[in-house]
Design a binder for this molecule. Structure first.
Ligand code: FES
Length: 301
């Protein structure tokens, strides 16, 4: 604090502010623009997002707060330097009047600034709130029962991705086909429903005890979703009777129920029990008897 006999500038701060009546408006507009841009950002993100629009709105949202805060600090906060004069203990009448006038102006400024303070709070609060959107939206849809159940039901007909019904004459020995339960070949649930159909032989195949009827006329069906990380297991090596997952080279032996014989897959591919109806169409006896793909259960084979 400097002590001086310089001419008294104590009233000058209030006068400086009154010379800039548009500053509060500028700050208010900046904060308001920030709030509006933040709301726009949230709506844009919620509707699917558009990088250029989101970038522009983010610029306005942050820029509005920045401009408002800088202008506030530069024009509304007293800048000094402050000079305290030596004077008698009792102020002169003129000084007392000046002080009262200054107090009145200060009260006015405080009232106006409380409004700006609320606008600043709204801008920062809205921006903080909108930052929760990516987190909430990235959680994705609720999985429901899809972690445990697929759309394969007793009697489901096997169809190709184009919806064509698969019959017992469709595959030669050594053939492979990706199939879906009829009615679900073009739905969002397709990923967990996809099944790889192979034909290692023309006679009934038994992969494990208890599955005596699951492989009619040499047809075997397994979930196509790898039990390691969920890649599609789409390569069939007829010579070794193995299915290969191209992601991390897990191998599954089809003749023993797609048991995992190599690679990081922790368990076999679930097998879909099949039968052939009177018209020669391949159908599922039932759904899978265990969850498909990788999952939190991650039990061993
Ligand atoms: S996802 Fe199949 S081996 Fe990794």
């Amino acid at each position: 604090m400097t002590v001086s006999n310089a001419p008294r500038p104590s009233v000058s701060n209030g006068q400086d502010l009154s010379r800039r009546p548009g500053i509060e408006w500028l700050i208010g507009i900046a904060f308001t623009l920030s709030v509006l841009a933040t709301i726009g950002l949230g709506i844009t993100y919620w509707l699917g997002g558009q990088p250029q629009v989101e970038g522009a709105l983010l610029f306005v949202a942050l820029g509005g707060i920045g401009v408002g805060v800088v202008a506030w600090g530069k024009y509304l906060v007293p800048q000094g330097p402050y000079v305290q004069e030596r004077h008698e203990l009792r102020s002169e009448d003129l000084e007392r009047e000046a002080m009262h006038a200054s107090l009145a102006r200060g009260l006015h400024q405080v009232q106006r600034r409380s409004f700006l303070l609320r606008l600043l709070g709204a801008a920062v609060g809205a921006f903080g709130l909108i930052n929760l959107f990516p987190f909430l939206r990235s959680l994705g849809p609720v999985p429901g029962k899809s972690l445990f159940l697929t759309n394969w039901k007793p009697g489901s007909r096997l169809v190709t991705a184009s919806g064509r019904v698969v019959t017992a004459n469709d595959l030669e020995v050594g053939g492979i086909l990706t199939v879906f339960p009829e009615g679900y070949e073009n739905t969002p649930m397709t990923a967990i429903d996809q099944v790889v159909l192979v034909r290692p032989a023309t006679t009934d195949l038994v992969t494990r005890p208890g599955r005596e009827t699951w492989g009619p006329r040499g047809y075997l069906a397994f979930s196509k979703v790898c039990t390691h990380a969920g890649c599609p297991v789409g390569l069939y090596q007829e010579l070794t009777q193995q299915l290969l997952c191209p992601c991390h080279q897990s191998l599954f032996d089809v003749l023993t129920g797609a048991t995992n014989v190599f690679g990081p897959a922790p368990r076999p591919l679930p097998q879909l029990p099949l039968y052939i109806d009177a018209e020669g169409v391949l159908r599922a006896q039932a759904g899978f008897d265990e969850p498909v793909g990788p999952g939190f259960w991650e039990r061993g084979a």
